[in-house]
Each structure stands twice: as C-alpha cells, then as structure tokens.
Write a protein that binds this ligand. Structure first.
Ligand code: ACM
Length: 228
C-alpha cells in the first residue's frame, strides 16, 4: 500500500479555501491511502464553543463528502480531521475515515488538549479498525498520542497502521512516535500542519515535520517543519 501524508497550512475559518487546497493536494498525488491533519478544513484555535459551532460540519456535509471523494473517486482511502456538528448541539474534534467501497466512519477524539475542552465534547465513538487493501487501519487524533493506551488499543484491535491526524504545537510527538510504532509493531503516519494562528491574543505555532514510521521504529519519511 502506498500512503501519502498531506502537510497543510490551513487559513483559520476559511473552509472553502482550505477545502480547495486539500482537494488539490489529494488530487495531484498518487497513493492508495491519504492521511491529512486534524481540523484541516477549519483551522484549530477556536475562541469558544459558539465560534466552533459556526465552523463545525455534519459528517455528511457536502464539504466533508467532497474531501472524501477526492480520494475515494480514484480508488484511494482517506483519513482527515474536521470539526463535527452532531445531534442536538454536539461538537466533536473528529476524523473521517472513508474508503472507495462507501464505508465512512467517524472517530471522535478521546483526549482533548488544553482549550479544546472549552469547545468540544469528549469523543464518544471509541476506537476502531477498518481493513483496506489487506491493511488494518486505525485512527488517532493528535494529543491521543501521549496516552500509550490509545495506540495500544488500536493494536489490540488488530491495527497494522495508525493514521494520526494532528495539529501538533510541541515537538515531542514526532520523536515519541518511535516508541508508539515499535511497542505496538504498527506503521504510524502522523500528518501535522504548519503555520501559525493568532487569535484573541493567543499565538500558536504548529510544528510540521509530519513523519511516517515502520513497525520497527524506523523513520520512512520526515517532512520539513515549514513547507506544505
Ligand atoms: C493537539 O492535540 N492538537 C495538540
């Protein structure tokens, strides 16, 4: 299986602009499975729940479907993060996992990071594994990585590969992925974003350096810290 990591630079709140750029990236690459960053359509640092709800999309929103189809229409699978509006006012930091045969499952981030807790509900999907082209794929979202149990649970459920949609602001994960891959004997694909967000006096700098690792802990790919 050929896996592509997409390292993007979303513009906060510009859903359509970000969608166009991600669809362009996925359309122009040859791969069987694409891994994109967390919250890649909206940007990351919402002021509060009310602002988050303005950018949150249902799992069947046309923009979510369009990004899925950029991969599935050409026979590939995809995992990407988005702010999800669900049920009666539910808001989740979610990732879509979609395949060409029509399967589409949403993982909702279990371990919310810092101010995310002001905006999102804790994930209630649990973790799961789906098979594609003979590879069993599980999804994790960013800060999930710091809890070894997250990747361990996916491995126990049979994962060969963890698609890790991220918006990392610290540099540790890309190094810790060595442990996550080798202790669980899984491929790890951490797709991170780049760029900065300045919002209401807060400034976040994202660390890029998306990485791909083999089950023996070797680094197959390490992207730059500052380039899409
Ligand atoms: C994070 O979980 N986005 C740091």
């Amino acid at each position: 299986m050929r896996v592509a990591l997409v390292q993007s630079r979303p513009v906060f709140g510009e859903l359509d602009l970000n969608l166009d750029s991600l669809v362009g990236a996925v359309s122009s690459a040859e791969a069987d499975f694409f891994v994109l960053p967390e919250l890649c359509l909206s940007g990351y640092d919402f002021d509060n729940r009310s602002e988050c709800s303005r950018y949150a999309l249902g799992a069947e929103d046309p923009r979510v479907l369009e990004l899925s189809r950029a991969a599935t229409d050409k026979g590939a699978g995809i995992a990407f993060g988005f702010a999800e509006a669900a049920g009666q006012g539910g808001l989740f930091n979610s990732a879509m996992l979609a395949f060409p045969d029509g399967r589409a499952r949403v993982y909702r981030k279990t371990h919310l990071f810092a101010r995310e807790k002001l905006c999102f509900d804790p994930g209630d999907s649990g973790s799961f594994v789906e098979e594609f082209l003979g590879t069993r794929i599980g999804v994790a979202i960013c800060f999930d990585w710091i809890f070894p149990e997250s990747f361990r649970t996916l491995a126990i459920r049979g994962a060969d590969l963890v698609a890790h949609c991220s918006n990392l602001v610290m540099p540790y994960c890309q190094r810790a992925d060595f442990a996550r891959s080798i202790e669980n004997r899984v491929y790890v694909f951490t797709a991170n974003r780049i760029g900065t967000e300045e919002r209401s006096g807060r400034r976040l700098e994202f660390t890029g350096e998306s990485v791909a690792l083999a089950p023996d802990g070797s680094y197959l790919l390490r992207l730059p810290v500052d380039r899409e």
